[in-house]
Design a protein around this ligand. Structure first.
Ligand code: PBG
Length: 328
């Protein structure tokens, strides 16, 4: 055959493939490990829909964090499950709330580990919505501006406790600007905001809501999280969050929205995170447990795909496992 161009020429050996590889090898410091701390339990509780993920006591959280750090993980994303939930999410911004206490414990035990706190109200509301809510039958009306005030208070309380980065995940309008002003007003001018900027109303969050005990009792999140059909709107959301002061932006979920990881990185160039969410984790675990997929190979391929699409940071429940795999 007369073939002048043969792309396979550059695939003929491991060394040649490495020479022309476009995406840098995965590194443990790019992964963020989500952890759940609960003040309702006396010992760790497994999350059935997320094999390998557990709700932790504060003590077990510190042990897990120290172990993950020893394995090479450099950042975690913290979620809290309070004993008491109410209609104002008061434990979200209580000085001695479950997250605030856990952050203090983590920063004193493993100071070099970056602690990112999820800033949302759903775990702390008795109805499970991400904001101040009234109901009309099964329809939830979330009061945007009242919610934003509570979120800003929450972020400041996390910063007071020692959080290195705050990550609002509620999708209210104007919350990044409000958090920035509140943080600056309290003297936390250097605390970055990682905004869940393009967060979709996704069925892939199902297992997380078991882990965080945050499923809405009535209604759904479609009046605040984004319609999965919308990409241009996601770009607008990101643009707004950047104008309001976001330092890093996130796309969530990850795999079903890789097109947006790409477009957001191309268009804005900010450090861009992808959240490999609970349902994505559960799918891989289930297939691996059934013997249908090679877990390690698939997870590494998935993470590489996030990076190839433009993600700089990846939030994943596999972070500690990845750090171990990458060390060999
Ligand atoms: C809180 C929050 C959720 C997730 C992260 N922060 C749940 C939700 O919006 O319902 C989901 C993470 C995952 O599925 O792994 N608002």
């Amino acid at each position: 055959m007369d073939l002048p161009i043969r792309p396979r020429r550059l695939r003929s050996s491991p060394a040649l493939r490495a020479l022309v590889r476009e995406t840098a090898p995965l590194a443990a410091e790019e992964f963020i490990l989500p952890l759940f701390v609960s003040e309702k339990i006396a010992a760790p509780v497994a999350v059935a829909s997320m094999p390998g993920v557990v709700q932790l006591t504060e003590k077990a959280l510190v042990e897990e964090a120290a172990g993950a750090f020893a394995d090479g993980v450099r950042a975690l994303l913290l979620f809290g499950i309070p004993e008491v939930k109410d209609a104002q999410a008061s434990q979200a911004y209580a000085e001695d709330g479950v997250v605030q206490r856990a952050v203090r414990a983590l920063k004193s035990a493993v100071p070099e580990l970056l602690v990112i706190t999820d800033v949302c109200l759903c775990e702390f509301m008795d109805h499970g919505h991400c904001g101040v809510t009234t109901f009309d039958g099964d329809h939830a009306h979330v009061a945007n501006d009242a919610t934003v005030e509570l979120l800003a208070q929450t972020a400041v309380s996390h910063a007071h406790a020692g959080a290195d980065i705050v990550a609002p995940s509620d999708m209210m309008d104007g919350r990044v600007g409000a958090l920035r002003r509140a943080l600056d007003g309290a003297g936390f001018t250097d605390t970055p905001i990682l905004s869940y900027a393009a967060k979709f109303a996704s069925a892939f969050y199902g297992p997380f809501r078991d882990a965080a005990e945050s499923a809405p009792a009535r209604g759904d999140r479609r009046t605040y999280q984004m319609d999965p059909a919308n990409a241009r709107e996601a770009l607008r959301e990101v643009a707004l969050d950047i104008e309001e002061g976001a330092d890093l932006v996130m796309v969530k979920p990850g795999l079903p929205y890789l097109d947006l990881v790409w477009r957001i990185k191309e268009q804005f160039g900010l450090p861009t995170a992808a959240y490999h969410v609970s349902g994505e984790y559960a799918m891989l675990k289930a297939a691996a447990q059934a013997g249908w997929l090679d877990e390690k190979a698939c997870v590494l391929e998935q993470m590489l795909a996030f990076k190839r699409a433009g993600a700089d940071l990846i939030v994943t429940y596999y972070a500690r496992q990845l750090a171990r795999w990458l060390r060999g």
